[in-house]
Design a protein around this ligand. Structure first.
Ligand code: IPE
Ligand code: IPE
Ligand code: MG
Length: 252
């Protein structure tokens, strides 16, 4: 039986975040340029977005380019920006009724890329079937620093008092303010780290790591990650007995 067939359709995670890693190594293993891996990676993004919609995932957040990735060789950065420009196609989102959003320091991106991204967000803003979010020039430390600055400015202006600052307000100051925290975070490519991705938001996220390089990732691998997620018990600090009791109550 496939993992897809074994999934509990009623317990699909609402928000899946993915660290799409391994493009470069995928290419290098084949004696190709790293960019070839990124090109293949874009194809997988398209497919996985459609698969996610089919599975009923409401939010898909893809780590596409980190703040630290700006430090890669200039040639690779340019190739990535070029690929981004070429592949933001609103028709794919419109056909799938998917809302498109970006999180990250968009101002650092090339002007033509920014224009395209803003246009695509605008044209898809009323779709609510699913939402695909690209994290571009994004890192959690950038985001948390930005949130701290925003809250400090509000306090200085007298709009809030420091004592008003609670977790809810901090969450609302993140770039992810329009979506729930991720239920499941997948990292492909074999590394067991978060690389500055959604650190605040993933406090209680289930983590799943696989060795598959991103260009080889597919629907069945996605379903496997969700299957593993469905076997886990999310306790949020409570005991197993409390969780079981809660489950019985909601079943009544
Ligand atoms: C992930 O693949 C894509 C980006 C970070 C842009 P990598 O380019 O990091 O691939 P590896 O990890 O070197 O194989
Ligand atoms: C994380 O991958 C960033 C993205 C997938 C966009 P990296 O390849 O940049 O992460 P490290 O450097 O191995 O931690
Ligand atoms: Mg990498």
């Amino acid at each position: 039986m496939t993992y897809q067939e074994q999934l509990d359709k009623n317990r699909i995670p609402g928000h899946v975040a993915i660290i799409m890693d391994g493009n470069g190594r995928w290419a290098e293993q084949r004696g190709k340029q790293r960019t070839e891996g990124h090109i293949q990676g874009v194809e997988v993004v398209r497919k996985i977005m459609e698969n996610a919609v089919e599975l009923g995932i409401k939010y898909l957040t893809l780590y596409t380019f980190s703040t630290e990735n700006w430090n890669r060789p200039q040639q690779e950065v340019s190739a990535l920006m070029g690929l981004l420009f070429k592949n933001i196609q609103e028709d794919v989102f419109i056909r799938n009724q998917v809302r498109f959003r970006v999180i990250g320091d968009m101002e650092r991106l090339p002007e033509d890329v920014q224009v395209k991204l803003v246009d695509c967000m605008e044209k898809t803003k009323d779709f609510d079937r699913s939402c695909m979010v690209l994290a571009l020039s994004y890192s959690s430390r950038w985001e948390i620093t930005r949130a701290a600055r925003m809250l400090a400015e509000k306090a200085v202006k007298g709009e809030i008092s420091p004592a008003d600052i609670d977790e809810k307000m901090v969450s609302a100051s993140m770039t992810t303010d329009f979506m729930p925290d991720p239920d499941l975070l997948i990292r492909t490519g074999g590394e067991i780290r978060l690389s500055n991705y959604l650190l605040w938001q993933s406090a209680y996220t289930e983590l799943y790591f696989c060795d598959t390089f991103w260009p080889d990732f597919n629907m069945e691998e996605l379903c496997k990650a969700i299957y593993v997620y469905q076997q886990r018990e999310r306790r949020f600090g409570k005991t197993g007995a409390q969780v079981a009791e809660q489950k019985n109550k909601t079943a009544e």
